[in-house]
Design a protein. Structure first.
Length: 642
């Protein structure tokens, strides 16, 4: 505890003293006053709701008693009995309507003893039909005086109904009179009690609705939803929030049976009840705040000299966080803040130098390699990794250089390499080096990529598409369209930083690199834009390929299968697919030494679409057809040039 109150700075000591001396006491007083106000308001609201409940029950009981008295008087009215015995619809309806007006009722019916409607003032055309509330008649018959009352919904409106027999002198009919529990009824009670009143109806199938309420329409919807989803108990207060207004609620039963339940939900706004106390709390808060403000201002004035350098350090840190390293703090103090400012300036200078190195390095090598070198350090050496190596070369670029000025050639070359490099970056590749107009790119190093082979092929397809777009602009500039040859191989190679202690290059070495370079060169011979190795093709399941040849490149003893990527399988046109399948059929016949059959298909393909590739196989078939069949022939074509 002693260590807790040891301060090294005068500012901290002043502020701590002010806060510890005033804030806890003010918070304690405020909490006591607030709790007392809330408890008082709740007691007043609870009492008001209990009174409202008594008034509601009394009002409903008075209505029921008045209805009973008026129906009893009618049953003794000798002028009404002859009319009732006529059982004539219009006559009875007219008499009931007249008596209903005098009795200030909302509905009257005359029924036969069997419960059949003679006349209904609410549904004037209804007659000679069974009464739609048979339970009311059953309840009356079970009563020793033949009287009964009930709550019912008629045409989506709640009614309080009473039923008594008409004696003449024996019971001959049933007289039913009702009072509408309308919005006017609950509004009148609200004017007296100042509490909200809602009639809530629920059936045994858990369907429910609010039949009448003094709440707004939006609040009624919220109340209905919460009564269904929130647990509540009868005759016990509970809180509800209706459209951002807090209410204390009390629920009571009006009527209940196995089929339905009628509840009255009484509510008083807790926010309104607390309003006077809130004003008192506001005055107290303002008084406490003013006193605290004076104390804090005094402490801040005293500690101003200390807070100024802290602010400068904070602003400097924000500048550093945003990447602005060219900042120097001017704090002329000899204490710990002055020492901190000096260390801060030293840190900013170091970060600025590191940012310059990162920017320059990112222009020399790919960003991922630059990040690896900065984070792990520069070390010679490497590791065996599976890598997809891409070589690309622009065709006829040397001839273009002879025709154009050097500045125009450099601009054109930079435009090409910028686009191609962006395509490689988009597919998780890194540019290893530029060799004139050629590009060597790596996929899978230094950052591992499970889909490196497919990404390298996708990058090659996009590069070819990019070149077609660039050629449209070149033609407008009077420049002959350029072609691009790309070779890709996926293989285990040695990858790492190679060179000397003073100058190094992150690259890859191995036979797999040489094969990728040879494949790029072979695109000239076969006149296809892209060639890939069999390993690369197997690791690119979403791309459609066609076999090109089995070749033995210069410097190799064993043959390799080479393929041309056509397009993503999902994007392949039916025409291109059919042409490729026919070509594959011809290749298979060629490899099975069915020279004449293969020649027929290659010739047909070449007639439809002139291609050097088709012509190559036509010449081979013509030559092989004229030669005897060689049982040792393996179908591998040996290239003697790189």
């Amino acid at each position: 505890m002693v260590k807790l109150f040891r301060f090294k700075h005068f500012r901290s000591r002043i502020l701590a003293f002010v806060l510890l001396a005033s804030v806890p006491i003010q918070l304690l007083l405020f909490t006591i006053i607030r709790d007392a106000n809330i408890n008082t308001a709740r007691r007043n609201v609870d009492q008001a709701l209990r009174v409202t409940q008594e008034i509601f029950q009394a009002s409903l009981s008075n209505k029921r008693d008045n209805l009973m008295a008026k129906v009893r008087a009618l049953s003794l009215d000798y002028a009404f009995k002859p009319v009732a015995h006529t059982n004539e619809h219009q006559t009875v309806l007219s008499t009931l309507s007249s008596y209903q007006a005098r009795a200030d009722a909302d509905i009257m019916l005359l029924l036969t003893l069997d419960g059949e409607i003679i006349a209904d003032t609410l549904q004037v055309d209804l007659t000679a039909q069974p009464f739609y509330l048979p339970e009311l008649i059953e309840k009356a018959m079970a009563n020793e005086y033949g009287e009964a009352d009930t709550l019912a919904i008629i045409k989506n409106t709640p009614y309080l109904l009473v039923a008594l027999p008409l004696f003449s002198p024996e019971a001959s009919h049933w007289v039913v009179m009702g009072f509408k529990i309308s919005q006017t009824f609950v509004t009148a009670l609200q004017a007296t009690t100042k509490s909200h009143i809602s009639i809530f109806y629920q059936t045994e199938q858990d369907t429910s609705q609010i039949l009448a309420s003094t709440l707004t329409h939006e609040q009624q919807q919220a109340l209905s939803q919460q009564l269904i989803n929130t647990p509540w108990q009868l005759d016990k207060h509970f809180d509800l929030n209706l459209k951002e207004q807090n209410f204390v609620s009390l629920a009571g039963v009006i009527s209940s049976s196995t089929k339905h339940h009628w509840y009255v939900i009484l509510q008083a706004s807790l926010d309104k009840a607390l309003a006077p106390y809130k004003r008192l709390e506001l005055i107290i808060i303002l008084g406490f705040s003013f006193a605290l403000l004076l104390l804090i201002l005094s402490a801040l004035v005293i500690a101003k000299k200390i807070t100024r350098p802290i602010t400068q350090l904070s602003l400097g840190a924000d500048e550093i966080a945003e990447g602005h390293y060219d900042i120097t703090l001017e704090i002329d103090q000899q204490d710990e803040l002055g020492h901190l400012a000096k260390r801060f300036n030293f840190m900013a200078k170091g970060l600025a130098e590191r940012a310059k190195v990162r920017s320059l390095l990112g222009k020399v090598v790919s960003s991922s390699i630059a990040e690896q070198l900065l984070n792990k350090g520069v070390e010679l050496g490497g590791e065996v990794r599976q890598v997809s190596i891409l070589f690309s070369d622009v065709r006829n670029f040397t001839q273009l250089c002879e025709q154009k000025e050097a500045k125009q050639v450099i601009t054109l070359l930079n435009q090409l390499l910028t686009r191609f490099s962006a395509n490689i970056d988009e597919h998780k590749g890194v540019v290893d080096k530029y060799i004139g107009d050629a590009v060597m790119a790596l996929f899978g190093v230094p950052i591992a990529d499970e889909n490196q082979a497919q990404n390298s092929v996708l990058a090659a397809l996009v590069m070819q598409k990019e070149l077609k777009m660039l050629n449209k602009g070149f033609i407008k500039q009077g420049i002959e369209p350029l072609a691009l040859g790309i070779g890709i191989n996926t293989a285990q190679v040695l990858a790492g930083n190679m060179g000397s202690q003073t100058r190094l290059n992150y690259t890859v070495l191995g036979d797999g690199v040489n094969l990728a370079s040879r494949l790029e060169s072979l695109t000239k011979y076969y006149q296809v834009p892209i060639l890939v190795s069999e390993r690369c093709k197997k690791l690119s399941p979403d791309i459609y390929f066609r076999p090109i040849d089995k070749v033995r490149v210069k410097g190799k003893k064993h043959g390799v299968s080479i393929y041309q990527p056509i397009a993503m399988t999902v994007n392949l046109s039916e025409q291109k697919k059919n042409e490729t399948e026919v070509f594959i059929q011809a290749i298979n016949l060629y490899r099975e030494q069915e020279w004449q059959s293969a020649l027929t298909i290659f010739t047909k393909l070449n007639n439809n679409a002139h291609s050097k590739l088709y012509n190559i196989y036509i010449q081979r078939c013509l030559k092989l057809t004229a030669s005897p069949i060689d049982t040792k022939w393996d179908g591998i074509f040996t290239h003697l040039e790189k």
